[in-house]
Design a protein around this ligand. Structure first.
Ligand SMILES: [Zn+2]
Length: 193
C-alpha cells in the first residue's frame, strides 16, 4: 500500500527523519523524531518517503472523511443506527444520525455501545459510517447478556461478570478515554435523550 493514514495528537511521534521527509504540520526534535504539531491525520506516502499532517477542520457539520464518535441507537437486520455525539476537530456538533451497514458478524454491536467511525458518505443528510481500519470500531462495548462494560483482551472482549467472550470490531482506542476525551471534549458533545 502506497498510502497510510493515522490519527494523531500534538506531540505524538509519527516517524524518524531517516525514514521520512516531513512536510506541513510536523517538526523534528533533536533526536530525529518527527512530531505532530496539531490534532489531525498523518498521511504517509510510503513510496516517496513523505509524511504530512492534515489538521482536523473546524466546521459546522460532519463531512465525508470526518472521524466521529457515535452511540448505537437501534439495531436492524442490516443496519445499525447511531447518534453522532461528536465530530473530531469540530467545536460543537449538532445532533446527527449515522448508519453502519452490518456486513459482518463482528459488527453485532449493542444499543448504547460507543463507536469511533469515519463518515464515508453524506448524501441526503444520512451519514454512512465505516469502522474499517485499526483506529476505528468499538471504543466502549457492553455485554450482550448482562449489560456490563466489556474488558478488552487480546483479540476478544470479555465480560468479567458472565465470563463470556465476544468477537467484535474493536478500535485500538478501546477504553482509551484520555485520547477520546481529547478528540471529543465533553463540552462539544451532543446530548442523547
Ligand atoms: Zn455479561
Amino acid at each position: 500500500m502506497a498510502f497510510e493514514k493515522r490519527l494523531v495528537l500534538p506531540g505524538e511521534r509519527v516517524g524518524v527523519i531517516e525514514e521520512f521527509i516531513f512536510k506541513e504540520g510536523l517538526w523534528a526534535n533533536r533526536r530525529g523524531e518527527i512530531i505532530a504539531k496539531k490534532v489531525g491525520t498523518v498521511n504517509y506516502e510510503l513510496r516517496r518517503h513523505e509524511v504530512a499532517l492534515r489538521p482536523l477542520k473546524r466546521d459546522a457539520r460532519p463531512k465525508t472523511g470526518d472521524i466521529v464518535l457515535a452511540a448505537v441507537r437501534e439495531l436492524q437486520d442490516r443496519v445499525m443506527w447511531c447518534d453522532i455525539l461528536g465530530v473530531a476537530g469540530i467545536k460543537k456538533a449538532l445532533r446527527y444520525s449515522g448508519a453502519i451497514l452490518r456486513t459482518s458478524k463482528l459488527l453485532d454491536f449493542n444499543v448504547g455501545d460507543l463507536v469511533l467511525a469515519k463518515v464515508v458518505d453524506d448524501t441526503f443528510g444520512t451519514y454512512t459510517l465505516s469502522v474499517e481500519g485499526k483506529e476505528l470500531g468499538l471504543v466502549l462495548g457492553f455485554c450482550d447478556f448482562c449489560g456490563r462494560t466489556l474488558a478488552d483482551r487480546v483479540n476478544v472482549l470479555h465480560c468479567n461478570s458472565c465470563r463470556r467472550t465476544f468477537r467484535k470490531k474493536v478500535s485500538i482506542q478501546y477504553r482509551n478515554f484520555g485520547k477520546l476525551l481529547f478528540m471529543f471534549p465533553v463540552e462539544t458533545m451532543t446530548q442523547v435523550t
